[in-house]
Design a protein around this ligand. Structure first.
Ligand SMILES: [Zn+2]
Length: 88
């Protein structure tokens, strides 16, 4: 399990920014189940974050396949997405 200094238990749905921060941990199953459920809920409702999830999965899959190098398009899209969140 990871430390989650930014996370305090809330009842509201996860925000895009929160999801962006924890998505890697979510996909690695390193999250508190309650929090993971909120992320899953957000991913179903939010197209942007759903795409982000797909991108992470692509990267993980490509890492698994070739051990070296990642899908550069996917990484570029990921960085773009991260910027769009932090600029807001
Ligand atoms: Zn979102």
């Amino acid at each position: 399990m990871i430390q989650r200094p930014w996370y305090r238990r809330k009842t509201s749905p996860a925000s895009c920014r929160e999801v962006g921060r924890v998505l890697q941990h979510y996909l690695d199953n390193e999250m508190d189940p309650d929090w993971a459920a909120r992320v899953a809920e957000h991913l179903e409702a939010c197209k942007d974050c759903g795409l982000e999830e797909e991108t992470y999965r692509e990267i993980k899959a490509s890492l698994g396949r070739q051990k070296s190098g990642v899908n550069e398009d996917a990484v570029a899209r990921l960085h773009e997405f991260g910027r769009s969140l932090t600029d807001g």
